[in-house]
Ligand binder design. Structure first.
Ligand code: TYD
Length: 214
């Protein structure tokens, strides 16, 4: 056990944020920067990243599965994660690689915990069951500026049907979830305000990542 910790190795950097927070763009920019700096980088996304995980992803995201229960959803996300950690992330870290993961355990807290209203302690325990001792070294939470968010909400309010409204309140709860996680783990989870240009945001991220690198 001791040698494993000492041998550590690579770094796990995770990106979090609501849909449309610009994760994909920022992950690409960080990837390019790290490779230019000479690091060996592995890019992953959740759910997915393994043959089993991609099959689970299909079940989770299929529009046909409208009657999936919240608990089923939680367990499927954790199942995909457990497989990804064991099959891909842990070995990559042992090899000294920098692993960047598009979403990880904090998404489950935000979406299944805060969004769907599942017991937060249960979500925490299942997260730990799935990841074991592989916790992110750094989590970057991309947070959209409030004013843009409010503009979007007020524009949508009038014409929104029941589902749209439900979606909007769901979205608000997930943002709350990320905020609470960030407050609970201030060392690990760093909020990045995405109100600047994408280049400015990338610079902020580089600064944080630089401190985490081996
Ligand atoms: P995806 O198309 O990858 O969206 P994004 O580009 O926003 O990451 O779909 C992933 C969806 O799954 C996204 O809406 C967030 C959700 N999700 C959860 O609800 N719980 C989780 O634990 C994870 C990892 C994702």
């Amino acid at each position: 056990m001791g040698t494993l910790t000492e041998a550590k190795r690579g770094r796990l950097i995770t990106f979090e944020g609501i849909d449309g927070s610009g994760k994909t763009t920022q992950i690409q920019l960080l990837h390019q920067w790290l490779e230019a700096e000479g690091y060996d980088v592995l890019l992953l996304r959740e759910p997915g990243g393994t043959p089993i995980g991609e099959q689970i992803r299909d079940i989770l995201l299929s529009v046909n599965n409208t009657d999936m229960s919240a608990v089923t959803e939680l367990l499927l996300f954790e199942a995909a994660r457990a497989q990804l950690v064991k099959e891909v992330i842990a070995p990559a870290l042992d090899e000294g690689r920098i692993v960047i993961c598009d979403r990880f355990m904090d998404s489950t807290v935000a979406y299944q915990g805060y969004g769907r209203g599942l017991d937060p302690d249960l979500v925490d325990r299942l997260n730990l069951l799935a990841v074991g001792d592989i916790l992110p070294d750094l989590t970057i939470w991309l947070d959209a500026p409030d004013d843009a968010l409010f503009r979007r909400i007020s524009r949508r309010k009038d014409g929104a049907d029941r589902l749209d409204r439900e979606k909007e309140s769901f979205r608000q709860r997930t943002i709350q979830g990320f905020l609470k996680q960030c407050e609970a783990y201030p060392e690990r989870i760093r909020r990045i305000d995405t109100s600047g240009s994408k280049e400015e945001t990338a610079k902020l991220i580089e600064k944080l990542v630089r401190r985490t690198l081996p």
